[in-house]
Design a protein around this ligand. Structure first.
Ligand SMILES: *Cc1c(COP(=O)(O)O)cnc(C)c1O
Length: 222
């Protein structure tokens, strides 16, 4: 991360490292929290809640992110537990989160997930839907839009992923220009183990790292 910051003239402190902890047991995650991991990302609501319960007070030393796709009927469970939801990609989900957050008197921070590669297998709104969704979020009182997230098509050559990261940054900048985002919270959640350096060079503020931090997951669980 430091190297990528040096190459791109960025401050390391402007980027948060999220440990993408799917399949990592609570006890192992505890060691990482002790070592100073300050941000935890979970893909599945149930798995995240189980770890939060198992880690009790220690869990509160970190900020918890929901980085996997989310069904609207789980919104209630999510708002109490996760600081930032990275995967809002439709009006109905934004509405469900708004309602659930309102019920507990919270404002839920969210990112819009964008499907840049037009991949049928992946969640995310289409790039041309971003502005409309952002406008919708702006009308909700219990949801605060904080930026964009992407999970681009995988390529072993990270350079080939660079155009997607750049595209997400451009979309983010368009939202800034339209004042649908504020500069203080204009996050770009992009970059994983194999491409986080390129993502940082392109402006990532949140990188989601699994394998490079926790080791390889079992094949069936990737
Ligand atoms: C698993 C996962 C990651 C981390 O992937 P690695 O390649 O293991 O670093 C990041 N983001 C999301 C949404 C994931 O599901």
């Amino acid at each position: 991360m430091e190297g990528a910051c040096l190459r791109s003239g960025r401050e390391l402190s402007s980027i948060a490292l999220i440990g993408a902890a799917k399949t990592v047991p609570a006890e192992r995650l505890r060691e990482f929290l002790h070592a100073g991991l300050a941000e935890v990302g979970e893909n599945y609501v149930q798995e995240g809640l189980a770890k939060l319960a198992a880690l009790e007070n220690e869990a509160q030393t970190a900020r918890w992110h929901l980085i996997g796709s989310l069904q609207s009927n789980k919104a209630k469970q999510v708002v109490g537990a996760f600081s930032l939801v990275h995967s809002v990609d439709r009006v109905s989900l934004a509405q469900a989160l708004d309602r659930a957050a309102g019920e507990i008197g919270k404002v839920q921070d969210v990112l819009l997930q964008v499907n840049l590669g037009d991949e049928a297998s992946k969640a995310g709104c289409k790039p041309h839907e971003v502005a409309t969704l952002a406008e919708f979020c702006a009308k909700l009182s219990n949801v605060r839009l904080c930026g964009l997230m992407c999970l681009p098509p995988y390529d072993a050559d990270a350079e080939r992923t660079r155009p997607y990261f750049r595209q997400l940054r451009i979309l983010r900048d368009e939202l800034l220009q339209k004042e649908l985002l504020r500069l203080e919270t204009a996050e770009l959640s992009m970059g994983m183990s194999d491409d986080f350096e390129v993502a940082i060079e392109e402006g990532a503020t949140l990188v989601r790292i699994g394998t490079a931090l926790f080791g390889r997951r079992r094949k069936a669980e990737t």
